[in-house]
Design a protein around this ligand. Structure first.
Ligand code: GDP
Ligand code: MN
Length: 377
């Protein structure tokens, strides 16, 4: 579960990480009021659960409450990467001398959390990671020992942080580690952690991703889930017990089994296409579950083709075929469907679908190629 910036920063503050003064607003009038309370310059920040808000125009500086109100009006009317902005954070504007990156995530290969930092923080950190990875310092943390102060100092040295900031930096690194552990997070990130003109360290942006499987231990955090801005399709999928993740491509994927779903996505990419989603309909998927899944896939206007990849083990091919037909009765769509169906009752399934104007394929490679081709037209 992703947390909003304002939620992440509230958590950071509990662990002693300095954050700017500020509050969240749902209307431009509230933004005006908060800006007035704060006095001076403020920054108006769209609260949406995607990165790159700055580059999308969702982070703007205002010189006075009137400007804050105007910018809040603009930003509250925006969609950023398809997500409507429902709230803005109004923060006291920081005077920034330098932007640092500091984050913790799990390094699966090392089987340990890793703390990462870079002197080249800010909105271009992905580029830095890709093009000059040596500018990112990494330190693994023993989960039993926790982050040691000497490790935090190693990081400060590694990013050439001036000496006078080391004490504050160690405090922040320790706070970030504690927040990461105590909240059962998969990611805790400050980008940018800034050095201000008056020589302080300040967490200007914050991002936390929590482990869904640990949320039962944190009812207070679970309550922070924002149904408003989660992709509607993901909410719908959760209702039907489907594992669904929306992606940016144009080929919808309907697959039974998580591993097979990953393979399907890989093969679509291999043939030059882009998957529109990850979807595992699970074993023994019944007709109504298949129908729900298809409805969810087709609710995405980007979808130009749907690839069904079904391996009939527990799931029976004829049952899936009937689910597809039932769904198409209800949905009526011109989106082309490519189907690869093998395993239990595959022959019966294919028979059912043969009459329904669907493109069939006998191998996954063939199915992926056909889906990529029809999606292009
Ligand atoms: P993101 O684009 O979603 O990561 O949003 P951020 O909160 O990180 O803001 C993007 C960029 O806007 C930062 O890297 C800063 O350069 C700038 N920015 C954000 N807050 C402030 C602020 O208080 N003062 C100034 N001067 N710039 C800011
Ligand atoms: Mn940021």
């Amino acid at each position: 579960m992703k947390l909003h910036e304002y939620q992440s920063k509230q958590i950071f503050a509990r662990y002693g990480i300095p954050i700017p003064r500020g509050r969240v607003a749902a209307t431009a009038q509230e933004a005006y009021q908060i800006a007035e309370e704060l006095g001076g310059r403020v920054v108006i920040k769209s609260q949406v659960l995607v990165g790159g808000r700055g580059k999308a125009g969702g982070i703007r500086l205002a010189n006075n409450p009137k400007e804050a109100e105007e910018l809040a009006t603009q930003i509250l009317g925006m969609e950023i990467k398809g997500l409507p902005v429902r709230k803005v954070l109004v923060d006291e504007a920081a005077r920034i001398e330098k932007e640092i990156y500091l984050g913790i995530t799990n390094d699966r290969a090392a089987r340990k959390p890793v703390m990462m930092a870079s002197a080249a923080g800010g909105v271009d950190i992905e580029e830095v990671a890709r093009e000059t990875p040596e500018k990112i310092v990494r330190v693994h943390i023993d989960p039993l020992l926790g982050l040691k102060d000497y490790q935090a100092r190693d990081i400060a040295l590694g990013i050439d942080l001036p000496r006078e900031h080391w004490k504050a930096f160690v405090q922040i690194a320790r706070g970030l580690w504690e927040a990461y552990v105590c909240c059962d997070a998969n990611l805790a990130e400050i980008n940018p952690l800034v050095i201000t003109a008056d020589g302080r360290l300040l967490a200007v942006d914050g991002k936390m991703v929590l482990d869904d499987n640990a949320l039962y231990r944190h009812p207070d955090l679970a309550e922070m889930r924002d149904l408003d801005v989660e992709a509607q399709s993901e909410i719908e999928a959760r209702k039907y017990g489907l594992s669904f993740i929306k992606l940016d491509g144009n080929i919808g994927c309907m697959v039974n089994g998580a591993g097979l779903a990953m393979t399907t996505m890989d093969i679509i990419k291999l043939f030059g296409g882009e998957p529109a989603n990850f979807l595992d309909i699970g074993g023994g998927a019944s007709a109504d579950k298949v129908a729900a899944a298809l409805r969810i896939i087709l609710s995405d206007p980007n979808v130009k083709a749907v690839l069904f990849n079904v391996f009939g083990g527990i799931t029976r091919g004829d049952e899936v075929a009937r689910g597809i037909l039932a769904a198409l009765e209800e949905i009526k769509t011109n989106v082309p469907m490519v189907i690869r169906l093998v395993g239990t009752n595959a022959e019966e399934g294919r028979q059912i679908l043969a009459n329904a104007n669907m493109i069939t394929a006998s191998t996954l490679a063939e199915a992926a190629q056909k889906a990529v081709a029809v999606a292009k037209n």
